[in-house]
Design a protein around this ligand. Structure first.
Ligand SMILES: [Zn+2]
Length: 751
């Protein structure tokens, strides 16, 4: 491996350390290494150590800049927002926030005004700085003051895709503009099992395919080689810009441009040089890129491809030729790429796909035809009938792509469901780096020893204690349904509901189990709010995989099949079943759960399970979370009559996915939440959450966080202060009773 690739790796690790606040040890270590290299007369290690020093300092100063700007933005009376998606009251949209010379990424909770993606607007609102960005509370958008054409273009592309592709739009959005928000969870689930999930997020691969197709078309039209290469690079630049320049696409674009330049100058380079340049360019432009999963996956994937090429030249080329060599090379490439990206995939998707090499072999050629077709449909967007025609032609290809995933996922033992902890994922990362080195090194002995050391450390890891020292409430994004998880200071879990189920799977297996396993720790209790499928659908998977110490449930007569199956399974597994009564408590590591409802006298006369929802008040120190399942106004009335004094809570899991059947004014007045969590599926057919409920929550002074808009959310508390984490952005929750008028001066920032 040439020095430049090692340099990219060292720089990335140093940036991560600097961003993570490991400044003093990082600087000390790399300075010592640089001095030693200079003293011993070793130029290469000395240069790498200097690079590491630069990385640590650059990461730390980026983190410091973010912190200082966060405080300035928090004090600003008016903010300039560049909206990155269409904004309307009740949604949380990503945006870039500016005030004076400071800028930050943020999520904006809009309570008034509208704007289109790409618009620049002046807004009133409270910027709350966080560790990696911020949040704008109660944003009232003013008139449009300008626009950024590229962001507007991306939003327009999103709308054009929706118009042209109809039912295929979610998949087309993912493949074309890296927007995976509308993908149904079951589709994501089968692509993950099949080992094809990386094809759903925009990667260098898609960009390379589009560039290759353009080059082919130019060559077929008898254009000179040079002109074809230039045209491909230019078209790629436009494509990367239109899709919003995500890190993997920028990396791929930089690589292609460099390869084309080398070809034009007739200067062959090592294949590692473009990989390294493609990795370094986005990191140099924005140090925070190094934390982006798409960026990490695509760099690791390409590094795997280059390593497999070296291995194929050494192992296969001397023995095989013709079609056997081609197939062998492809299979080897997909195996090595799958193995080296395994820690990242296991970390983010909770599984290791065993059918991945074969599935990739089948899906690869399909994507090679599909991607240019989709791109053509997007190009033709200004001519809707033509765009629809091409989109129609892409339909069978999209169906075949999905079928490949379906078939591969249906193979027995297609995927192992795993969930590494952060430390385990780091060790696996070291293992895969060692494997890449072993593939390309002339003497693979040393890397293999390092790999063996990582395996040994992995075997020893489970004996370490886990735990965060704070209590957390996780709203796990399971689409339409509920799955709330409370994590105790010692890392144990209390799980409330398990998400929905569908014919071929369920949210428990697809989402909840990997989510919990990845973070480690036992499940001390599983609590079911009520036996509707969007809450109990994943229960059997949760019971089987996580073996909770107890199963709490209100025992409403007349639940469906999934409910009965979960009870039977709990019995088989020996998980004790407990019936919830008002006043029962459940305690774990300082977290106390008190059940407020349902009362058996109340439920006896009911026909609707929603109104018999288990209502739980979760307390840690002075902080209170209220989880109400799908309780509607009837049960809220019962609570107001029987437990009014206990309802006040800092965080409310809003009843019935934000439906207007719940959250009556009297109930909200009794709870007075500072934060309202709404768990609902994007574009669900029930119209959840209701606009009136959202307005009532905002008027009551609560920040509204919707899983359909922002995905999973984590509320963290030490028993006094509360922080909220969304999409990797974390910030403190403002103190109670912020006036809804937004007229008062903002609160001073808090660290
Ligand atoms: Zn429900």
């Amino acid at each position: 491996m040439p020095l430049i690739a090692v340099a990219a790796l060292v720089y990335a690790a140093a940036l991560l350390a600097g961003l993570g606040g490991v400044l003093v040890p990082g600087v000390g270590l790399s300075a010592a290494a640089a001095l030693w290299g200079a003293w011993a007369g070793r130029a290469a290690p000395a240069a790498l150590a200097v690079l590491a020093l630069a990385g640590v300092v650059s990461g730390a100063s980026a983190a410091r800049r973010t912190a200082v700007c966060g405080e300035r933005l928090a004090l600003a009376r008016e903010l300039t927002l560049l909206l990155e998606d269409d904004a309307r009251p009740g949604v949380v949209v990503p945006a870039r926030v500016r005030s004076g010379r400071c800028a930050a990424r943020a999520l904006v909770a809009v309570v008034e005004g509208r704007g289109a993606g790409g618009d620049v607007v002046v807004a009133r609102g409270l910027f709350v700085p966080g560790a990696r960005g911020g949040f704008v509370r109660h944003a009232r958008l003013g008139a449009r003051t300008g626009g950024v054409p590229l962001v507007a273009l991306r939003t327009a592309a999103r709308r054009a895709i929706d118009r042209a592709f109809g039912a295929d739009a979610p998949l087309a959005r993912a493949l074309l503009i890296a927007d995976t928000r509308t993908l149904p969870p079951e589709l994501r689930d089968r692509f993950a099992d099949a080992g094809l999930v990386h094809m759903l997020s925009i990667s260098g691969l898609h960009v390379a395919i589009v560039a290759g197709a353009i080059q082919l078309v130019c060559l077929a039209a008898r254009a000179p080689r040079r002109a074809a290469a230039v045209a491909a690079v230019a078209a790629t630049a436009v494509y990367v810009a239109v899709i919003g320049a995500p890190a993997p696409a920028v990396r791929s674009g930089a690589m292609l441009a460099m390869a084309a330049a080398a070809q034009l100058a007739q200067r062959p380079t090592s294949p590692w040089a473009p990989v390294a340049v493609g990795a370094i360019v986005p990191m140099a432009l924005d140090p925070a890129t190094v934390r982006d999963l798409g960026f990490q996956l695509s760099v690791v994937g390409v590094a795997g491809l280059v390593a497999s090429g070296a291995l194929a030249r050494r192992l296969l080329a001397p023995r095989w030729s013709g079609w056997r060599l081609t197939v062998g090379r492809e299979l080897l490439a997909s195996v090595v790429a799958a193995v080296v990206s395994l820690p990242l995939v296991a970390w983010s998707f909770g599984r290791v796909s065993l059918v991945a090499p074969v599935a990739n072999l089948a899906a690869g050629p399909l994507v090679a035809v599909l991607q240019p077709t989709l791109f053509l449909a997007l190009l033709l967007a200004p001519l809707p009938p033509l765009a629809r025609f091409v989109a129609g032609a892409a339909h069978p290809l999209l169906a075949a792509f999905d079928l490949a995933a379906r078939l591969a996922a249906a193979v027995p033992f297609a995927a192992l469901h795993v969930a590494p902890t952060l430390a385990a994922a780091w060790l696996c990362g070291a293992l895969s780096a060692a494997l890449v080195l072993a593939c390309v090194a002339r003497h693979p002995g040393r890397p293999l020893v390092a790999g063996a050391a990582a395996v040994a450390a992995l075997a020893w890891l489970p004996s370490l204690p886990t735990g965060s020292g704070t209590a957390e409430l996780h709203m796990i994004d399971v689409g339409q349904g509920d799955a709330l998880a409370v994590r105790t200071p010692r890392g144990r879990w209390l799980l409330f509901d398990a998400g929905g189920g569908w014919r071929t799977g369920d949210a428990g297996r697809a989402t909840v189990v990997p989510y919990i396993r990845r973070r480690g720790g036992d499940v001390a209790a599983f609590v079911l709010s009520h036996p509707h499928l969007d809450h109990v659908g994943g229960a059997a998977s949760v019971l089987r995989a996580l073996r909770p110490a107890a199963y709490w449930d209100a025992a409403f007569a007349g639940g469906g099949d999934a409910y009965r199956a979960s009870l039977a399974l709990a019995d088989t597994l020996g998980v004790p079943w407990r019936r919830v009564h008002p006043g029962d408590t459940l305690a774990a590591d300082g977290v106390v759960v008190r059940f407020l409802a349902p009362d058996s006298v109340w439920t006896a006369a009911l026909r609707d399970p929603n109104e018999a929802s288990t209502v739980a008040l979760v307390r840690f120190g002075a902080v209170r979370f209220l989880l109400v399942g799908d309780a509607e106004r009837g049960e809220e009335g019962w609570l107001l009559r029987h437990a009014a004094r206990e309802l006040r809570a800092d965080v409310l899991k809003v009843g019935h996915h934000g439906s207007r059947t719940s959250s009556s004014p009297a109930f909200l007045a009794a709870v007075r939440p500072r934060l309202a969590l709404v768990s609902a599926g994007l574009g669900n057919s029930y119209g959840h959450p209701d606009a009136g409920v959202l307005a009532a929550l905002a008027a009551a002074g609560a920040d509204v966080v919707r899983s359909d808009v922002v995905g999973s959310a984590v509320v963290r508390t030490d028993g006094h202060a509360i922080t909220l984490e969304l999409n990797g952005l974390e910030w403190p929750l403002a103190p109670a009773s912020v006036p809804a008028s937004g007229a008062s001066p903002p609160a001073p920032p808090r660290r």
